[in-house]
Design a protein around this ligand. Structure first.
Ligand SMILES: [Zn+2]
Length: 213
């Protein structure tokens, strides 16, 4: 395989024998949003007002900007409701999942909560769908208990159900995004095409949006 799975990255970072500065396979993890419009901070495990801990990292970005799969996998859940709001879970195999919460729930240009699946998830995305690293999967929003906050994706990495700190991966993906040589390494030709196409389609959709609105 040209690309190691996210599991390899997790092992490299959290393995017993490797220091954090060991040669983490850079580029196996695609940053899940457009870094140009995304802001994030190391808030994993931060205490929350209700006594719970923050099990992910919030990726602040404009409503309806695209969200991408960080690695190849199978959609194990797309759903709505509760604190999570519109949510996608991707199963990457070997017990590793990534979760994307608070995806958009509004009609474009509103905060009406009536966006439905159309404005939450990529067209045709459903449980069982296979996705590639960098593939467009959904839209940034403020659903669930993020209603009333700035739009963001609450992003989690779960290993055997246990949340681990996504921050090192996000940093890695962030840096790789800007490094053309690494980008070429981690996005093989066909993936580059797929990711670029998906991003283009998402952008086109935004273009249509702004004209319609
Ligand atoms: Zn969060």
């Amino acid at each position: 395989m040209r690309r190691l799975s996210i599991v390899s990255a997790v092992i490299a970072l959290f393995g017993l024998s490797l220091p954090a500065t060991a040669s983490v396979p850079v580029g196996e993890f695609v940053f899940p949003q457009d870094p140009d419009v995304t802001e994030f901070h190391p808030t994993f495990n931060a205490p929350k007002p209700d006594g719970r801990r923050h099990k992910g990292i919030d990726l602040m970005a404009p409503k309806l900007s695209p969200v991408f799969a960080v690695a190849d996998g199978v959609i194990s859940k797309t759903g709505a409701g509760g604190r999570s709001g519109n949510i996608i879970k991707i199963d990457h195999g070997n017990g590793v999942q990534t979760w994307y919460l608070h995806l958009n729930n509004d009609s474009p240009g509103t905060d009406d909560g009536r966006g439905g699946r159309t404005w939450a998830f990529a067209p045709g995305l459903e449980e069982g769908s296979q996705v590639l690293a960098g593939e467009f999967i959904g839209y940034v929003g403020d659903s669930g208990n993020a209603e009333g906050t700035s739009p963001h994706t609450h992003f989690e990495i779960r290993i055997e159900g246990v949340a681990v700190d996504p921050y090192p991966y996000l940093l890695q993906g962030w840096n790789a995004w800007w490094d053309e040589s690494i980008t070429l390494l981690h996005l093989s030709d066909e993936l580059m095409e797929g990711a670029a196409l998906d991003f283009f389609l998402a952008t086109q959709r935004h273009g249509k949006l702004s004209r319609d609105d």
